[in-house]
Structure formats: C-alpha cells, structure tokens
Design a protein around this ligand. Structure first.
Ligand code: ZN
Length: 88
C-alpha cells in the first residue's frame, strides 16, 4: 500500500518546469503571463520529472504506529466491555 504525498497542494501535482533554468518553479512564482520570473522563458507544465510523479511510500514506523494504535484502541474496547458487564 502506498500513500501519495504531493509537494504542491492545489495544482494537481503538476509543477512548472523551466528548461532554460533547469529548475521547477512554484506556480505562484511565475509571471502573470505564465513565463519564468528569472529568465522570462516559457515554462512547461506537462514536462514533469519522473521523481515528482513517483508516489512516496509511508515509512515503516508509520505502520508500526498504526498497529500500536489499533492494539491500544482494541484493548480499550475490551476494557470498556468488561467494565459495562461489571456494572450490570
Ligand atoms: Zn527560467
């Protein structure tokens, strides 16, 4: 299972790429006509680097925390059921 994390929120994962500067540009750092603010050349939104498209897997300690949380909450449910039957 993989989780997707995008570094650019609200731009569908597409980062403008300037071939002249050989860098990604933040969408809000472009000029109003869509050109690069540094070199004034046209940026390419469709030219995405492969590394930006690859989904990022959740680290192993995230899943360890999910398992620990599930065990803890499961135990609290069992304790709650035992407590309810003790009151009846
Ligand atoms: Zn540029």
């Amino acid at each position: 299972m993989t989780l997707l994390f995008w570094s650019c929120v609200g731009c569908d994962g597409a980062m403008p790429w300037c071939d002249n500067c050989d860098e990604y540009r933040a969408p809000n750092s472009l000029k109003t006509d869509g050109h690069c603010a540094t070199c004034d050349s046209e940026v390419d939104v469709a030219d995405l680097k492969e590394a930006n498209q690859a989904p990022v897997k959740a680290p192993w300690h995230f899943w360890l925390m999910v398992i620990a949380l599930a065990l803890y909450l499961g135990w609290r449910v069992i304790e709650g059921v035992i407590w309810i039957f003790g009151k009846i």
